[in-house]
Ligand binder design. Structure first.
Ligand SMILES: NC(=O)c1ccc[n+]([C@@H]2O[C@H](COP(=O)([O-])OP(=O)(O)OC[C@H]3O[C@@H](n4cnc5c(N)ncnc54)[C@H](O)[C@@H]3O)[C@@H](O)[C@H]2O)c1
Length: 452
């Protein structure tokens, strides 16, 4: 008899939630409205869900309230509309969680100074959720993290409320796989993984995500979804390291790494394109693999590929600076007092994100060696660089005018933003060092271009 009652209660909460998802009436709270959370909040609000964006950053909360956008992947008009329609509200008051049917966690997961997982943001937000947890709530962790976080860090905190997972509330890991700037694959058409603590958790979350995402894939546990996400980013880190190592070897052997890769990638199977560059950046590739290697230590397991890929990618900014010195010396110039115009400082084409950007490291190293550095980036108006011996150096993006290009001893392409007119840069430059193959389409007839 008792079992019957329990089963009925469980059915009720799950079915009640699913009915709200179908009607798009479930109140969705997004904790952390950054690169991941804001697009997600707008997407859910666009289809009619009442969404509340919660953040500790008062400026971001105020900007959304005014209908102002700060994330490039979000369309400004769409943001304005959902705010005006009252579908998207923002707040710094976490008691709003008490009204939410769904809570999506999109807070940062950086590394500490000792390069270990910094879970303070997840722990903090979980504490807030626990204060307001109520029966019939779905909690989904979308932040990237090591396998075990959902069940070892979040679940125990939520369980202190006395509510039972899979029965009273539902907990899943569903990693965000967004690729900022990617026009072809958006949140909607990128397959979504869902791994619940129980089958009921997975089913409830699948019903939720299925309302806005074309394909939702069920995993048998949160750990599978967590591991899959960190594996995806480790795969990228390792393959980028491999092509970076090839770039160094090709330079030594006098072979064009770009032509070699173009030739290799003509094979229609068994190989995938990855390209070298000045290093890796962003919130994911330089960070996530180290979440996995940290966890692996608990199992006495050395993750040698991760360490090697990390080392290889980390040496790239220093290598780029060595090449700059060589190029200048061949032209009778010394690095100290050379005028260097950097093109692009964001970590990735057509984004404004400078987190962990290797370009910042390259510029800091050039400044430390006495070069006069200025930059152009259509997405990054200002920069503060920490430079050895000089402290904080503030720079601002200059307009890309012929006189600025001509004045430089070297134009250094660090990010291949698509809005830059590289033909004009080539015409006006004395010399160019292209670390991204941004000028590759123009051909090899120009002798003022040196490729990575
Ligand atoms: N940026 C990407 O391309 C990307 C892609 C996939 C996954 N991820 C993962 O998504 C997560 C979020 O990354 P992001 O790039 O959106 O970070 P972000 O820094 O752009 O945004 C995080 C937001 O969380 C807020 N925040 C911090 N602590 C909070 C708290 N206790 N409560 C509420 N809000 C809080 C911050 O103020 C910030 O606005 C990370 O785990 C990241 O690895 C990022």
């Amino acid at each position: 008899m008792a079992l019957d009652v329990e089963t009925k209660v469980q059915q009720d909460y799950a079915e009640e939630l699913k009915a709200k998802f179908r009607a798009h009436t479930a109140v969705v709270a997004v904790a952390g409205i950054g690169y991941v959370g804001l697009p997600l909040a707008v997407e859910k609000a666009k289809v009619g869900f009442p969404v509340i964006g919660l953040d500790r950053n008062e400026e971001r909360v105020a900007m959304v309230k005014r209908g102002e956008n700060y994330i490039r992947d979000v369309k400004g008009e769409e943001l304005k509309k959902v705010v005006l329609d009252g579908k998207l509200r923002t707040s710094t008051d976490f008691s709003e969680l008490g009204n939410a049917d769904v809570v999506i966690i999109c807070v940062p997961t950086p590394l500490t100074v000792h390069r270990e997982p910094d879970l303070q943001y997840i722990e903090n937000v979980t504490g807030e959720i626990a204060k307001h947890l109520h029966p019939g709530q779905l909690i989904s962790l979308e932040s990237t993290t090591y396998p075990g976080t959902t069940e070892e860090v979040i679940l125990p905190k939520l369980a202190t409320t006395g509510l039972e997972v899979g029965k009273d509330f539902f907990l899943v890991h569903s990693p965000e796989r967004v690729d900022p700037g990617n026009k072809r694959y958006t949140t909607q058409n990128t397959n979504k993984l869902v791994g619940g603590v129980t089958q009921a958790c997975t089913d409830v979350a699948t019903a939720f995500y299925g309302e806005t995402i074309i394909k939702v894939i069920k995993c048998s546990s949160p750990a599978i979804a967590e591991m899959a996400k960190v594996f995806e980013n480790t795969y990228r880190a390792v393959n980028i390291a491999l092509v970076n190592e090839m770039a160094l070897l090709c330079d030594r052997m006098g072979i064009s790494v770009w032509e070699m890769l173009d030739a290799a990638f003509t094979k229609p199977f068994g190989i995938q394109p990855f390209y070298p560059g000045p290093g890796v950046g962003g919130h994911c590739i330089p960070v996530d693999p180290f979440y996995l290697s940290w966890k692996a230590r608990e199992y006495d397991f050395p993750t040698r590929f991760i360490e090697l890929a990390g080392e290889t990618n980390l040496q790239m900014p220093g290598y780029v600076v060595d090449r700059v010195v060589r190029i200048l010396e061949r032209r009778g110039k010394c690095i100290a007092r050379a005028q260097i115009l950097a093109l692009g400082v964001a970590y990735k084409r057509d984004t404004a994100d400078t987190r962990e950007s290797p370009a910042l490291k390259v510029l800091s190293l050039l400044l430390a060696r006495g070069a006069n550095v200025y930059y152009h980036d259509p997405f990054v108006p200002r920069l503060v660089l920490r430079v050895e011996g000089l402290g904080d150096v503030r720079l601002h993006s200059i307009p890309l005018e012929d006189c600025a290009i001509k004045q430089a001893d070297l134009a250094l392409i660090l990010t291949d933003h698509s809005s830059v007119d590289y033909d004009s840069v080539i015409r006006a430059s004395r010399a160019i060092f292209d670390t991204r193959n941004a000028t590759g389409h123009i051909g090899t007839s120009t002798d003022n271009v040196v490729m990575l």
